[in-house]
Design a protein around this ligand. Sequence first.
Ligand code: NDP
Length: 382
Amino acid sequence: MNQIALLGATGSIGTSCLDVARVHGDAVQVFAVSANGSWQKLAKICHEFQPKIAILADESCRPNVKFDEFPAGTEVRFGAEALCEVAADDRVDTVVAAIVGAAGLGSSHAAVKAGKRVAIANKETLVVAGPIIMQAAAESGSELIPVDSEHSAIFQALLAGRKEDVAQIVLTSSGGPFREKSRDEIASAGPKAALKHPTWDMGPKITIDSATLMNKALEVIEARWLFNLQAEQIDVVVHPQSIVHSFVEYRDGSVIAQLSPPDMRLPIQYALSYPERWEAVAPRFDFKSAQSLDFVPPDLERFPALQLGFDVARQGGTSGAVLNAANEIAVSRYLQEELSFYDIANVCREVLSRHTFHASPSLEELVALDDWARKETTQWQP
Ligand code: NDP
């Protein structure tokens, strides 16, 4: 039985992970769940899955919580420290890191240090502190299995050859809701249009990131550290159907890909089942109906955020933490209609260029810079 701690259980990835646990109840047991403040939703999850521990990261919601809405066998805890404790709990085998944003870093780091298998959806952990996390994993023996569909595809395609024979990896991008819009149309697009993703149903932050292609930028950085590649070995191609989840090209020119209909339950399930494969929860690819797969190079003119990902993957050091923090605030200001679409990339570029760069920062330095970049982005005016 794989005992999982599902951190971010009330979100989009959390919900898909619970679907997997529901179907594969013979192999997966939900030991702990967490939310930020959605305690009613968390209580409902607890009634179905009967975890031992439920955590609300936002301590300020404590006075509102009706404890009798949680089952008797579930202990309710509060605060970010409780997330780290459960991530390192001896009774947990796998931590599913499904919190959104840099708020997921502390618990992911605790899980890695404790030598857990980490099913990592929270890409921000690797964007902010990739080298520190990978070093900690090497020391503890922790396995990081990607949940991001692109990285899951790369992880699977890398099993086809030797690391030293990899020429490059190519991450696919749906192109987001503005793939076919002109720069002028995109410039005036508000959050309502940006939140309509053509192929994936995800939380609001990553959906905006998909519209700007900042999500792909963050994925380039995530891949750099997770697979220990040079930035020059990572490329992006737009693939509107979201069927091919990414490619690995080997030195002999062979390209290995992983294909499946867009459904996050498959990569989540794989991160839990690896190295086994379990019966499909998500729909299978339909070979009986005619389909076409298109691939187009990304347009950096209309989607300038993507260039920031290539730049930051090359620079490393403190750049990832600054880009991520600036983007989190910029997205939240865009959702509140304080910033326009292209302001998101503009403010990120500006805050990045103004920060004091360190090549090998400590975790404490990264946390301090994250705070600095948030303040700078909050005050920034177009
Ligand atoms: P959602 O916004 O849907 O869910 C976020 C989860 O994190 C919720 O459980 C939320 O709790 C919790 N949370 C929010 N803020 C905090 C905080 N400060 N401290 C602790 N917990 C918090 O996000 P997604 O599920 O879309 O994304 C989660 C992660 O997975 C992101 O890093 C994203 O990039 C990545 N990812 C997502 C994909 C998807 O398809 N959605 C695909 C690939 C990667 P509450 O409900 O109480 O707010």
